[in-house]
Design a protein around this ligand. Structure first.
Ligand code: GDP
Ligand code: MG
Length: 140
C-alpha cells in the first residue's frame, strides 16, 4: 500500500476540553505523521459547505452549529494507507459502537460531538485537503 494523505479535523468538543495533544498522540502512535496543521474557527457558511453531503439529514443543522461553536484544528495526516488507518484510529461514528483504544471510544461525548472528522475515500481526502490548505502549506 502506498503512502497516502488524509484530512482530519479535531472537532469543537475536543478543542474545548483541551484534548488536541492527546488526539494528535493517537495519530502519531498509529504511524500517521502530521504534515500540515492549523487552528481555525469556521463560519456557518463554511461548515454548511464542508458538510454539504449531509444537507438533507435531520442532524445537519445541529452538526453545523456544533462545528462553529469553538475553534477546530484542521490537519493533513500522511502515512501508509493513511485514509483507512485514520478511520481505524478514530473509531465508529457513535462512540457507543467504537472499539477500545480508539479516539472516539476514549474521548467522544455523543454521536454528534464525536471529537474527530476523517476523510472516507481518496477523492474526498483530496477535496477536503484542498478546501483548507494550499500547496505551500503541505510540507512532507
Ligand atoms: P463520520 O464519517 O464517522 O464522521 O460520520 P458521518 O459522515 O456519517 O457523519 C458526519 C458527522 O455528522 C458525524 O461525525 C457526527 O458528528 C454527525 N452525525 C452523524 N450522525 C449523527 C446523528 O445521528 N446525530 C447527530 N447529532 N449527529 C450525527
Ligand atoms: Mg463521514
Amino acid at each position: 500500500m502506498a503512502i497516502q494523505r488524509t484530512f482530519s479535523i479535531i472537532k469543537p468538543d475536543a478543542t474545548k476540553r483541551n484534548l488536541t495533544g492527546k488526539i494528535i498522540a493517537k495519530f502519531e502512535d498509529a504511524g500517521l505523521r502530521v504534515v500540515a496543521s492549523k487552528r481555525i474557527q469556521l463560519t456557518l457558511a463554511q461548515a454548511q459547505e464542508f458538510y454539504g453531503v449531509h444537507k438533507d439529514r435531520p442532524f445537519f443543522g445541529e452538526l453545523c452549529e456544533f462545528m462553529i461553536s469553538e475553534p477546530i484544528v484542521v490537519q493533513v495526516l500522511e502515512g501508509e494507507n493513511a485514509i483507512q488507518k485514520n478511520r481505524d484510529v478514530m473509531g465508529a461514528t457513535n462512540p457507543a459502537d467504537a472499539a477500545e483504544g480508539t479516539i472516539r471510544k476514549e474521548f467522544a461525548l455523543s454521536i454528534g460531538e464525536n471529537s474527530v472528522h476523517g476523510s472516507d475515500a481518496p477523492e474526498t481526502a483530496k477535496e477536503e485537503i484542498a478546501y483548507f490548505f494550499s500547496g505551500l502549506e503541505l510540507v512532507g
